[in-house]
Design a protein. Structure first.
Length: 328
């Protein structure tokens, strides 16, 4: 007779990526049976190698632009390249991943009656005219720019999630993720924290785009993963969207100086022209997350940078190349 267990069966798409691998760690530690699905475009087996062989973990090579037929209780839809270099490499595929991927995962949730969480992004706000950004702000987005495949793809995915809820009564959760950093970031992905750390560790010039006065808010990965789990556990009546990020705001120039200080590097700061459609301000209002999830970030930027620098300094990653963008 087949043994019946009470463990939740959880699918994590994009589970071998930066955020996905940390989420898999957390869910396995919480006693869930985790199916990690990834096509390894931007994710890597190195991120989840330590989980291979764990009876609670299963790895599946799969592209979410194709349907997936599995039995699950919950779905975390994280599949999509999230850095400019990766999502601009094949912008049509990026849009397909957001839109077709959402349709396929929502279809799976509909069939299995699973609860589904969508990893959206602060990029849906574009270059905001409201500061800090609240969930009721509709955004200021260029629909035909170089970043539009990601920005508009994520906006369309949110539309699909809420239409599936209205039309099919699906149990959905939508998280809008602001800049997140930590171990397992890819050094070549064009994101500012990994770029600065790699450059500082090599003693290379720290590349700041524009005048460095554009702002970002940096959330350590462990804090974000805790918010994911809390959001999934909330009442079905609470769908979001909900901002998840650290509301402490820093200029890119401040970040560069913090990285230099924490690495002990002698790197100089050099300035280059600002890329197209790069937002000048990005700061979440997390009042809703505090109220509904009883959550707020705990890891300060200096502490998070020390942990991330330790990871990059351990020689686990190749050197960064010169394909970098500003504060994404």
């Amino acid at each position: 007779m087949k043994k019946i267990t009470n463990h939740k069966r959880v699918l994590v798409t994009g589970g071998a990526g930066f955020l996905g691998s940390h989420l898999c760690d957390r869910l396995v530690a919480d006693g869930c049976d985790v199916l990690c699905a990834d096509n390894f475009f931007s994710g890597t087996k190195d991120n989840i190698a330590h989980l291979i062989g764990n009876p609670r973990f299963e790895l599946l090579r799969h592209d979410v632009t194709f349907p997936l037929y599995v039995e699950v209780d919950e779905i975390y839809n994280l599949a999509c390249p999230a850095s400019p270099i990766h999502y601009q490499y094949d912008p049509v595929q990026t849009t397909k991943t957001s839109v077709h991927g959402a349709i396929n995962m929502l279809g799976l949730a509909k069939r299995t009656k699973a609860k589904i969480l969508h990893a959206s992004t602060s990029e849906i706000y574009g270059d905001p005219t409201v500061h800090p950004q609240t969930e009721d702000y509709w955004g200021h987005v260029n629909p035909i720019g170089l970043r539009s495949c990601y920005d508009e793809g994520k906006r369309c995915a949110e539309t699909l999630f809420f239409d599936y809820r209205r039309q099919h009564k699906l149990r959905i959760k939508v998280a809008r993720i602001f800049n997140t950093y930590g171990p397992r970031m890819h050094p070549n992905d064009g994101r500012v924290v990994s770029n600065f750390i790699e450059q500082a560790l090599k003693g290379a010039p720290i590349t700041v785009y524009g005048d460095g006065k554009q702002t970002r808010s940096f959330c350590y990965v462990d804090d974000l993963i805790d918010a994911f789990v809390r959001l999934m556990a909330t009442s079905d009546d609470f769908t979001g969207p909900v901002n998840l990020g650290n509301p402490q705001e820093f200029t890119i120039l401040e970040l560069a100086r913090k990285v230099i200080a924490n690495t002990g590097s002698r790197s100089e700061i050099v300035f280059k022209p600002l890329p197209s459609d790069d937002p000048m301000q990005r700061q979440p209002d997390i009042s809703l997350a505090k109220q509904m999830l009883q959550w707020e970030p705990k890891v300060a930027l200096n502490e998070g940078l020390r942990r991330t620098i330790s990871y990059f300094g351990a020689g686990r990653r190749p050197a960064v190349n010169d394909l970098v963008l500003s504060g994404s």
